[in-house]
Design a protein around this ligand. Structure first.
Ligand code: HAM
Length: 434
């Protein structure tokens, strides 16, 4: 049998890569706690309808990229499910299902986890990828829009990524977008015969998406098309001006990008995206988000405004790598328990258990190798200390060896946890540390 491989477009996160993700997750956890966002988890799959209604049935994400889930033959529920392509629709479904509109608003939620899109895999575009997502539901803004965007920029900064560009737009609301779409349709219709086939269909079904086209032939046409910010109603224009005023007040820099419409249908007013320096491709966007004032209602709740973002963690790691940031190292055990009697694995196991119960990261040498080999293994692991079990055990003592300094001393077993802790503290903070 040929050897099974991870499915195309997915990756095993081996410990080195997992450590990088872990670091980003901890930056996200810290930051969202600081801003008052609470973690939530929703299922990895939902009724397909949640995405069809929420994200929009004629978006790429739903039309082409949804992983539909089929249960086994015994399935009696016959529901149509799909793996989540993004978390916002599921979080809003949970908000409605659990009556969160009765809580003090806005409800501020965060989720970090894998998403699934059946797209053509390439660098930075995977079929399973990770997002750090933040949602504030129940506040019409514009101050909260600025707070969310500032949070995202701080995430990149605290993750160590520099030069990230914020692109900002407003795509209007139910009042003004139809007028703009008409203007767009009026502009593109005389050109219809020259449009690529896909774009001609889009002109009929969702003209806004024409602005998203990556077709080279479309670019000069898009550049000359009417722009939405010229068509905003007073309420949307005021909202957009308010958002910019708040961003300016805290020094968040942005580039106005009137053709930024985003690929999901739920957006109203504020939309934004983040790009690494000098990179512009669709598979380069480091993150994006916006306001979705109609989504709660679409999923069966009372009309409730909302805003959020999703940042692609795989792409943040790629960008950090391109920028030359050294990878985060997987944590190592600091202490290895070795012994002069290769066969006495019980004693080594017992001492390592005692250290771990005392809160110390320790590994026991469980193979029956000679002491020299055991010590070599400890050094190879990058351990700082070795606990050496020898004849002193009869007096209730072991040797504690500092593998870096090459020194060792006798320590009473009863003091072992305390002595290891003290040595580690000195190692971290210098010899004066107590
Ligand atoms: P999105 O722009 O579809 O927005 O995705 C957000 C980010 O996820 C992208 O900017 C990108 O970094 C990453 N991403 C998307 N697809 C892939 C892929 N195939 N491989 C690797 N990374 C990918 C949303 O998902 C919205 N839910 C954001 C949001 C939250 N809007 C309001 N609240």
């Amino acid at each position: 049998m040929s050897r099974p491989q991870a499915p195309r477009g997915t990756r095993d996160l081996l410990p080195a890569a997992r450590a990088g993700f872990g670091h980003l997750e901890s930056v996200a956890r810290d930051l969202t706690a600081r801003y008052g966002y609470q973690p939530i988890e929703t299922p990895l799959f939902e009724q397909a309808e949640v995405f069809e209604r929420g994200v929009g049935a004629v978006t790429d994400v739903v039309e082409k990229e949804l992983f539909r889930v089929q249960a086994g033959r015994g399935d009696t529920e016959r529901e149509r499910w799909a793996l989540r392509p993004e978390p916002t629709a599921g979080i809003v479904r949970a908000y409605v299902q659990h009556g969160m509109q009765t809580l003090p608003q806005p409800v501020k939620l965060t989720l970090t986890g894998p998403m699934f899109r059946y797209d053509r895999p390439q660098a930075g575009r995977y079929r399973q990828f990770w997002q750090f997502d933040v949602e504030a539901i129940g506040d019409a803004g514009p101050a909260i829009d600025a707070e969310i965007i500032e949070l995202a920029t701080r995430f990149y900064a605290e993750a160590g990524l520099t030069g990230v560009e914020l692109r900002l737009n407003s795509i209007g609301d139910r009042a003004c977008r139809p007028t703009y779409i008409e203007a767009l349709r009026a502009y593109f219709t005389p050109l219809a015969d020259d449009l690529p086939e896909l774009e001609r269909t889009r002109l009929a079904t969702s003209p806004l998406r024409l602005l998203d086209s990556k077709d080279a032939q479309m670019q000069p046409l898009i550049a000359a098309a009417p722009i939405i910010t010229d068509h905003l109603c007073d309420a949307c224009a005021m909202h957009f001006a308010g958002l910019r005023r708040h961003l300016d007040a805290v020094g968040v820099a942005y580039r106005l990008e009137p053709r930024l419409v985003r690929g999901l249908d739920y957006y109203t007013r504020t939309t934004f995206e983040f790009y690494p320096p000098e990179r512009d491709g669709q598979q380069d966007a480091l993150g994006g988000g916006g306001r979705y004032d109609g989504l709660v209602e679409l999923l069966g709740g009372k009309p409730t405004p909302g805003i959020g973002f999703g940042l692609g963690l795989d792409r943040v790691l790629l960008a950090l790598e391109r920028q030359g940031t050294p990878p985060i190292e997987a944590p190592r055990v600091a202490v290895v328990v070795v012994g002069a009697d290769p066969a006495d694995t019980v004693t080594r196991f017992r001492l390592a258990t005692r250290l771990r119960a005392g809160g110390i990261a320790a590994r026991a040498e469980l193979g029956e190798r000679k002491l020299g080999r055991q010590l070599e293994g400890a050094a190879r692991d990058g351990a700082h200390l070795a606990v050496i079990c020898g004849s002193e055990l009869d007096d209730g003592q072991v040797q504690l060896r500092d593998l870096e300094a090459g020194t060792q001393r006798l320590v009473a077993l009863d003091d072992l946890v305390r002595e290891v802790e003290r040595t580690q503290r000195q190692h971290r903070h210098g010899p004066d540390a107590q």
